[in-house]
Design a protein around this ligand. Structure first.
Ligand code: GLA
Length: 704
């Protein structure tokens, strides 16, 4: 008899599986249903299949197919013992169902391997899958591939929405129709990457769900079409050749593969479960000044102190000292790895600046790039053997730097000691943890690939620092958004979304990133105009409103601003502080797909709705489409009006009398009508934005 088991996440996804019969039959758990709870009632009826005349039809839509024995699709787990045991077939399946957890186990008595598969329900309605594979034999097993999980689509035409890009242009949304062949994404950069994010959505007429791999290293995502027309979305780690050799008794533990119904589910999971805050709760996200674009390597204590004083005056709450503070670091060619304070720039050490910042009531943050070393550094001179390298191959520089082999305990201990000593001797409550190059040759001390071990060693180092300094928050940065994923977010609290601070570029970058990450974790800074990456000139109002809903910050030298500019920025900071509870934690978020260059996003509660409308390129339409809000926002019901707008004089191309009255709050409307009729807002000029705040009309008996 086969057993049917299931895992349900409250208000979220359900996975129902049928285990192979316990009569010694081999196979993997077959998907009966996957999706929101209605799917779990689907009847299970064995299908007849005509696969090239095989007498037994082998189930095709299974969790982690192993390949061979009549399965002709893409195997999600495979390996061998010097060429033998190349077919895996698991039997004797057992299942333990407990609250929010389904633990499955099986053995392969021929290839002598055993498998534990854990499906878990997470807050927000997200489910995850993780695999542990053990070598029960007495000779090593070469594991070539072991995906963390598979999730099935319905048998209908489907589209994949994935995120690509490059440095400074991350999270560009790409939609492709899935065909009969395999859809494949492989990341070999050794960090999450700017171009192949381990997360995507799959959409068909009757289903939409997202998947995300909780891992920052090399990965593989494969969407394979099964014989029955369904598709399997597999995701897991990508191994280098020979990298994952399991000695007798040794196990491989995969990262977690997550699936969720929509962005709201993912946001809620990240907020409620993935991130661990100092003190267990997220404090209001401090408005940040990052010194990079305002100073680069030119650190002058007197000026930095003045910038800090000005920042405090503007309402800034956290001061982050970026690259350039350690000895001989006058450009990006030297000194990574040394981590000794530059006594030329800081004759009395960092303490005077740290104390100055904290005495102003601001937090102090410090930049590190722990995994890296410049060949021009004392560390490299002393320990050239500490870098990842492949014997006989040239060392390949990127941004003049090499990568330290964190799998060597002496390297991890050295880095821990350096960071620990700085954190212990100063009032530092924030680390910007940067990582500015791809890994090109990850050879460990034994001459073998060490990509997987390096990744785990990095998490280990982050974890050690978190434990030693539980009050410190960490930002994950990798040349901007090169390490933004659910693996690193277990140890960090914010990501630097992109090195591009141009607000126009940020519209699309932030739109894509917000599909998987709540806005309060995405760093968004107001920087100088002309912008340092693109040379574009943008108004302070546009720059501020584009950053408004995110983890708001400033990345310029405030002393270079005119007094009116300082005043304007201070007003935007005050506005952000007034709205951040709504925009971050309290509100229900929404985000519309951009139409005709117009981006719309915001958050709503029963008391207030904040809507940001930003016009990127010039509109093609004669009139903008009325602003329609999604039903999960209009369900607040009742009659509302526009209570406030920023800026007071938005950059409209033309405005009618009715539109003026609407913006002045003289016209109220039923919120439900915004789903269909919408608000006829005037057309904004390109590269301008508007924030409107809606509030219920007081005294309305219908207001729900
Ligand atoms: C990377 C980061 C920037 C900045 C520089 C410093 O490019 O993404 O924000 O910290 O390094 O070198």
């Amino acid at each position: 008899m086969s057993r049917t088991v299931s895992l349900s996440s409250p208000d979220g996804l359900t996975v129902t599986l049928r285990l192979p019969p316990a009569d010694g039959s081999i196979g993997m758990p077959q998907f009966i249903a996957f999706g929101l709870s209605e799917a779990s009632d689907a009847p299970f009826i064995e299908r007849a299949s005509r696969i090239n005349g095989m007498d037994d039809a082998v189930a095709s839509a299974v969790l982690l197919p192993t390949g061979g024995m009549g399965f002709f699709g893409w195997p999600a787990i495979c390996g061998h013992r010097s060429g033998r045991d190349f077919v895996l077939g698991f039997c004797n399946w057992t299942a333990e169902e407990s609250e929010g957890r389904l633990a499955l186990a099986a053995t392969d008595t021929v290839a002598r391997m055993s498998l534990r598969l854990t499906l878990s329900a997470h807050k927000g309605g997200v489910v995850s899958s993780q695999v542990c594979l053990t070598n029960d034999g007495d000779v090593p097993y070469q594991l070539d591939r072991c995906m963390a999980g598979s999730f099935p689509t319905l048998a209908e035409d489907a589209t994949v929405e994935s995120f690509t890009g490059m440095w400074g242009r991350e999270f560009q949304t790409r939609r492709e129709k899935l065909g009969t062949g395999i859809w494949l994404q492989e990341n070999r950069r050794g960090r999450t990457s700017h171009d192949r994010f381990p997360m995507l959505f799959v959409e068909s007429a009757n289903q939409r769900f997202g998947v995300a791999l909780g891992f920052s290293g090399n990965h593989q995502i494969v969407i394979d079409r099964c014989d029955d027309g369904r598709r399997l979305v597999h995701m897991g780690e990508l191994f280098e050749p020979g990298e994952m050799l399991l000695d007798p008794g040794e196990s491989y533990l995969s990262p977690l593969a997550y699936a969720g119904a929509d962005s709201a589910a993912f946001h809620s999971f990240v907020r409620q479960e993935l991130i661990t805050w100092p003190g267990d709760v997220m404090t209001p996200r401090p408005v940040t000044l990052n010194t990079w674009e305002g100073n680069y390597f030119d650190h002058k204590v007197a000026s930095l102190k003045d910038q800090a004083s000005k920042a405090a005056e503007l309402g800034i709450e956290r001061f982050v000292l970026d690259d350039g503070w350690f000895a001989r670091r006058d450009d990006d060619t030297t000194s990574l790895g040394d981590w000794d304070i530059d006594t030329t720039k800081y004759p009395d050490g960092l303490a005077p600046l740290v104390d100055h910042v904290t005495s102003l009531g601001m937090e102090f943050g410090l930049w590190f790039e722990p995994e890296m070393v410049n060949p021009t550094s004392r560390l490299f001179e002393t320990h050239p053997e500490w870098v990842l390298q492949v014997e006989g191959r040239p060392l390949r520089l990127s941004r003049h730097q090499l990568v330290l082999d964190l799998t060597r305990s002496e390297v991890a201990d050295y880095l821990f000691a350096k960071i620990d000593s700085l954190l212990s001797s100063h009032d530092i409550s924030y680390i910007k943890w940067d990582m500015n190059r791809d890994l090109t040759h990850v050879g460990g001390r034994d001459g073998k690939a060490a990509t997987a071990r390096q990744m785990r060693a990095l998490y280990g180092l982050m974890d050690r620092i978190r434990r030693a300094h539980p009050k410190v928050e960490i930002e994950s940065c990798a040349s901007g958004g090169g390490r933004v994923d659910y693996g690193v977010l277990k140890y960090t609290h914010r990501v630097w979304t992109s090195d591009c601070t141009d607000a126009l570029e940020r519209l699309e970058i932030q739109h894509g990133a917000s599909k998987f990450f709540p806005p309060e974790l995405l760093g968004a800074h107001v920087s100088a105009s002309p912008n340092h990456q693109t040379g574009r000139q943008l108004s302070l109002s546009f720059r501020s409103l584009v950053a408004m809903a995110y983890h708001f910050g400033v990345e310029l030298n405030p002393l270079n601003m005119t007094l009116p500019e300082q005043d304007e920025l201070a007003q935007f900071i005050a506005l952000h502080k007034r709205l951040r509870k709504l925009l971050h934690a309290l509100g229900t978020q929404f985000r519309l797909d951009p139409v005709d260059g117009r981006y719309v996003w915001g958050a709503a509660s029963a008391e207030r709705i904040a809507v940001i409308v930003a016009q990127g390129s010039q509109m093609v339409g004669e009139q903008p489409a009325p602003l329609r809000l999604p039903t999960h926002i209009t369900q607040f019901g009742g009659r509302w009006r526009i209570a406030d707008r920023t800026p007071q004089q938005p950059d409209f191309i033309r405005i009618s009398e009715g539109q003026s009255d609407l913006l002045a709050g003289k016209i109220d409307f039923s919120l439900v009508s915004l789903t269909s009729a919408g608000l006829p807002l005037p057309m904004l000029r390109p590269e301008s934005a508007l924030l409107i705040e809606l509030e219920p009309t007081t005294g309305d008996p219908d207001h729900g």
